[in-house]
Write a protein that binds this ligand. Structure first.
Ligand code: ZN
Length: 338
């Protein structure tokens, strides 16, 4: 059922990590206070929108408005810069209030609202000059952690709305409530909330302390990364990790240590990062998605990276975090000083 292999492909949640670069949120401090309780109160969204001080993050056709051509900062547009009438079908979601302490350019306490414009929004003449719409994969390389976190949150909730306009029980159109964090069916009263799909991503460590990295058919042949897969209904993250690793590279994990997670917006996944331990020595790639699986010692991996024999995931991906956790420090890239 779930067929993620390794990070690096552009198809699905876990695949995307190899080349994409949001730093995993290893800090428990979120950039925004989502005000989950307050946002469900009647009139909450109206009161936010009525205040001139709020800022908006704008999405159109799956891309976010960035502040400049360099794609390093999300555009936080003043509410006063918006047209009086937004295009029909514009989605508005309360993202939260800026919290102090994340090095964000916005003042703490600033309320942020997502505006997701309909695909057929027409001429966007009011969009600030020099700003550019960019997809997450293009922008992730350049953004800071707080902007990336807000981008992912906005995209995940916008993706959910775009595919949940009708009630799954009765097919009636659903209405947006709770400042954009719930949809309710007017016919049967059922309430629907944005879902997150968990996936396990694992750095596999053998009894001799080497790491097992995999190469996917979709990648160039010298790219190696950790192995990942979606967790199925009724399955623990650990059981899903063990199952996926056995399917993809043919080794049995006898134990797992959870390290950190990373949200991913395609469509709205949560990568749960583990170090997984095995006594197996022989790896058997499935040859459907995984072309090769290779054991590396620490010195061997560092030498392979410097020589260009192995390309590993970007330093800002959770895959890299897992690999460097095993390694015990920073793996030096070609051209970098040790
Ligand atoms: Zn219904």
């Amino acid at each position: 059922m779930s067929t993620i292999t390794c990070c690096g492909m552009y198809k699905c949640a876990a695949h995307a990590y190899g080349r994409n670069m949001t730093k995993p949120n290893l800090s428990p401090d979120a950039a925004l206070d989502r005000e989950c309780e307050q946002r469900s109160e009647p009139g909450f969204m109206e009161s936010v929108l009525a205040k001139a001080a709020h800022k908006v993050v704008i999405f159109h056709r799956g891309k976010a408005l960035m502040a400049g051509a360099s794609l390093d900062v999300l555009a936080y547009v003043d509410a006063s810069a918006l047209p009086h009438e937004l295009p029909a079908g514009t989605l508005q979601v309360y993202l939260g209030k800026v919290r102090p302490g994340r090095g964000h350019a916005l003042a703490p306490g600033t309320a942020l609202v997502l505006l997701a414009l309909p695909d057929d929004a027409g001429e966007l003449a009011w969009v600030p000059e020099l700003s550019t719409f960019a997809g997450y994969r293009a922008a992730a390389e350049h953004m800071g952690g707080a902007d990336a976190e807000i981008f992912i949150q906005a995209q995940a909730v916008a993706n959910w709305h775009s595919t949940h306009t009708f009630c799954p029980r009765c097919g009636n159109p659903t209405e947006i409530q709770a400042a954009g964090w719930m949809r309710r069916c007017g016919n049967d009263g059922s309430e629907h909330f944005p879902r997150t799909d968990p996936a396990a991503i694992v750095a596999i460590v053998g009894a001799d302390d080497r790491i097992l990295l995999a190469n996917n058919f979709a990648w160039e042949e010298n790219r190696y990364s950790t192995v990942a897969g979606f967790i199925e209904g009724g399955e623990s993250a650990e059981a899903g990790a063990v199952r996926e690793i056995a399917e993809e590279v043919g080794v049995h994990l006898h134990s797992l240590k959870y390290l950190a997670s990373q949200a991913w917006p395609f469509p709205r996944s949560l990568m749960l990062g583990f170090i997984g331990y095995t006594d197996d020595v022989v790896a058997t790639p499935d040859l459907r998605e995984v072309r090769a699986a290779r054991w590396f010692g620490r010195a061997e991996l560092q030498e392979a990276v410097l020589a260009g024999d192995a390309v590993i995931s970007s330093r800002l991906s959770i895959a890299r975090e897992l690999i460097e956790h095993w390694y015990g420090g920073k793996i030096v890239e070609p051209g970098e000083q040790e």
